[in-house]
Design a protein around this ligand. Structure first.
Ligand code: OGA
Ligand code: NI
Length: 378
């Protein structure tokens, strides 16, 4: 045999690994479809990053956390100023709160969970039509957190839908299940409205908007930016995992936008970093979990916190969540509000835009709040 024809076991191993690697890109739902009792090494985290660990040390206690609750109906009434105070405290101390009495009909949220569940139950061939490596594609099906750079994969599949402007994008969304577009579009419109109302309240709580005495014309300009702002919907699917202590549904991260509205089914999984440990957020029926994103931390010059969070998986139940990320338009730049910067409070962040964010996440392994850290002025 000529040397050129020699195939070593090493070659075969490399080839097999490459095939396996491509298989993992098809997602965890597909991986589970044939039934597995152990998770592949690709999903096994180093000990220090596993669910039982907090920054390499044991995560003491299994603490459940009741997040501050904001009653949206009350925010619209005579007690608005008290609710704004609670909102400010929640954004400063937790970076998270839950919204109840939000006014979105229960059918709208339950239909969204229901049609999303049915989407992930479609045959793989149907779901995979929406796979794309183009970050700007109006619809993108994929797996893990940032599958192009993740060394260890996460136990999640996702469907990302760009929602602005809705009339331009909706016909790119999945046509199956048949009711998906209609139900997802209704959900997108309702959550957009809720996000605008919450954004207005948050700006007001920072002394920047609404009935604030020192309001300036620029304050109204900010709200116009949000009305035409970016809106991304991420439908997350976490199948039951045979070894949930070895992996995560999502690694520790912060959200890049201004505000995230999270809808989850009744299965818990979300954990936030709070007082030097990971704490599990107790789901409240018919509520939204809302969190401060990197853009709001920058805009508030550090007063409101974009808090790191992660997702646990479990061996028994399937979990679906829908995260709606809202911010100003893609082409705009976020900087600390001039009204929140003075001699006592010097500017603490560099400007941030979407282009630099996208470049950042595609160039390195996304860990903790890297992007936000990169924006900090020392
Ligand atoms: C996210 C996120 C939490 C969850 O999509 O950014 O943090 O519980 N989701 O799915
Ligand atoms: Ni998140």
């Amino acid at each position: 045999m000529s040397p050129a024809m020699t195939i070593t076991t090493e070659d075969i191993k490399t080839k097999l690994e490459a095939i396996q690697e491509r298989q993992y890109r098809n997602g965890v739902k597909h991986l589970c479809e044939n039934g597995i009792s152990k998770i592949p090494t690709k999903y096994v985290l180093p000990e220090s990053d596993r669910p039982g660990s907090y920054k390499g040390k044991p995560n003491v206690g299994n603490v459940n956390l009741k997040l501050p609750v904001i009653d949206f109906a009350e925010l619209q009434g005579p007690n608005r100023s008290q609710v704004l105070q609670s909102l400010a405290i929640a954004c400063e101390q937790y970076g998270f709160f839950q919204v109840v009495n939000h006014g979105i009909p229960i059918e709208v949220t339950s239909d969204m969970i229901d049609t999303s569940t049915r989407f992930f139950e479609l045959p793989f061939e149907e779901r995979s039509k929406y796979m794309s490596s183009d970050m700007k594609s109006p619809v993108r099906y994929g797996t893990s957190f940032n599958q192009n750079v993740d060394k260890v994969y996460c136990w999640r599949d996702f469907l990302k839908l760009i929602c602005n402007p809705i009339t331009d994008v909706v016909h790119h969304w999945p046509s199956s299940p048949m009711d998906f577009r209609t139900l997802a579009a209704t959900y997108a419109k309702d959550t957009k409205y809720l996000s605008l109302m919450l954004t207005e309240a948050i700006l007001e709580s920072l002394g920047l908007c609404g009935t604030t005495k020192n309001k300036i014309p620029e304050d109204d300009e900010i709200m116009k930016l949000f009305e035409d702002g970016s809106h991304l919907m991420v439908v997350n699917c976490y199948p039951p995992c045979p070894e949930p202590d070895l992996t995560l549904g999502m690694p520790p991260h912060s959200d890049y936008g201004f505000l995230t509205l999270l809808l989850q089914d009744e299965v818990e999984g979300l954990q936030i970093q709070y007082q030097d440990k990971w704490v599990t957020v107790e789901p409240i029926t018919n509520s939204f979990v809302v969190n401060v994103g990197d853009h709001l931390e920058i805009f508030s010059n550090g007063r409101y916190k974009s808090v790191v969070h992660r997702v646990l998986v479990n061996s028994a139940k399937h979990r679906i969540s829908v995260a709606s990320l809202h911010s100003i338009p893609f082409k705009c730049t976020v900087s600390p509000s001039p009204k929140l910067v003075d001699e006592d409070n010097p500017r603490r962040y560099k400007d941030a835009d979407f282009a630099s964010f996208l470049e950042y996440i595609s160039s390195c392994e996304h860990k903790r709040k890297n992007f936000l850290e990169s924006r900090k002025l020392t």
